[in-house]
Design a protein around this ligand. Structure first.
Ligand code: FA5
Length: 357
């Protein structure tokens, strides 16, 4: 019994002397494992008679169990202490005092002085903001509308009732919401025209930039997610010459002199007459290339005089008011300004490309 008590005391002493988890693990075997005095005594039990063997065997087992319990408790305590020590070592002291110290004396000083690389707005965002500035300076207000639209605003109020063939011009993403095909990702910014006219009386002089979505196959001039800048002017006595004049003023402000633009007759259900607005190709200068499909011109937007059917849908008196509208492609404007041959590059996220702008 005395020997068992001594072996236990030795084990307890080893366990409590360990000051880290690693130290503790290192003494486990000697404290109560294979290399312990208790293990040696258990081996010697063989030499005793059955009565003594049973009794001492039990004592040895209890002593071992007590040491094991002590070991586990100590392990828990040390692991908590280790975690605290690690957290303390990894703590960042961001007080002004610590900062001053670091930026003077310590090896950290160099690292802190490295300039943090600054990002900047994406080219499309820069162009969008510039367009807003141009039109604000021309007396327009900037409006916006939702990207998830209902059928009324995206199509019907724009003189495209259900099954109207012109809906085919817009390869639409439908959302699973409400009645079948009643909620769409807007295919253009023209629904903002409808919202503007529904919410107030003329005069209206507004532009509305925003994201649009179409199931278009990406190519040099098309993206499935792109941006348009809608314009809407509704007032008494507005004519096509106001539309042409506003586009001219915009072309000069955005491109500077030297870029040729033209209006080409076209069709949209919500404008009459309608036109397309083209500029000379920025890649070939008008000679014909892949970007302009050989024509020398690239289409930047559609425009026209607001169709009286649209005025009627939103409750504006077509006898009293007239108006013009357009939708320009912002991504194409960005490409035109930077002579970009392929607008897919805008989405490649190649830092070498993006840092040029
Ligand atoms: C429209 O979207 C009409 N809502 C424009 C409009 C507004 C006409 C108001 C009359 C009055 P269109 O589908 O042509 O029209 O698109 C207009 C412009 O958006 C295009 O000229 C082009 O610059 C840009 N655009 C259209 N689809 C894409 C696309 N997939 N990727 C990039 N730009 C596009």
């Amino acid at each position: 019994m005395n020997a068992i008590e001594q072996a236990s005391a030795h084990g307890r002493q080893l366990i409590s002397a360990a000051s880290t988890l690693a130290d503790l693990r290192a003494v486990e075997s000697e404290a109560f494992g294979k290399r312990s005095r208790l293990a040696a005594m258990t081996a010697e039990l063989r030499e005793l008679g059955p009565q003594e063997r049973r009794q001492l065997g039990q004592e040895l087992q209890q002593a071992r169990a007590a040491l094991e319990e002590l070991y586990n408790r100590r392990a828990e305590e040390l692991s908590r202490r280790d975690a605290l020590r690690r957290a303390e070592a990894e703590r960042l002291d961001l007080t002004e005092e610590a900062w001053r110290f670091a930026s003077t004396g310590s090896p950290l000083a160099g690292a802190l002085e490295q300039p943090v690389p600054r990002g900047h707005l994406h080219l499309v965002t820069q162009v969008r903001q510039e367009l807003e500035d141009i039109f604000l300076s021309m007396g327009f207000e900037v409006a916006e509308g939702p990207e998830v639209e209902d059928d009324w605003h995206n199509f019907e109020a724009l003189n495209m009732p259900p099954h109207h063939p012109a809906r085919g011009m817009f390869d639409t993403f439908y959302l699973k919401a409400g009645q079948s095909e009643s909620v769409v990702l807007r295919t253009h910014t023209s629904p903002v025209q409808v919202r503007l006219m529904e919410s107030r009386r003329p005069p209206i002089y507004a532009v509305a930039p925003g994201r649009c979505f179409r199931r278009d196959t990406p190519d040099a001039t098309h993206l499935p997610v792109f941006h348009q800048l809608e314009a809407l002017v509704v007032d008494e006595g507005i004519s096509m010459s106001h539309l042409a004049g506003a586009l001219d003023a915009f072309t000069d402000a955005f491109f500077g002199p030297g870029r040729r633009a033209r209006l080409r007759p076209s069709f949209f259900p919500f404008t009459e007459p309608s036109a397309e607005f083209d500029v000379t190709c920025w890649v070939c200068g008008g000679e014909g290339c892949r970007t302009c499909s050989g024509s020398g011109w690239v289409e930047l937007g559609g425009c026209g005089m607001v169709d009286p059917a649209v005025f009627e849908a939103v409750g504006v008196d077509p006898e009293r008011y007239s108006g013009f509208a357009w939708g320009l492609g912002i991504d194409r404007l960005a490409a035109a300004r930077t002579s970009l041959g392929d607008i897919r590059e805008l989405l490649d996220n190649d830092i070498r490309f993006l840092t040029q702008f």
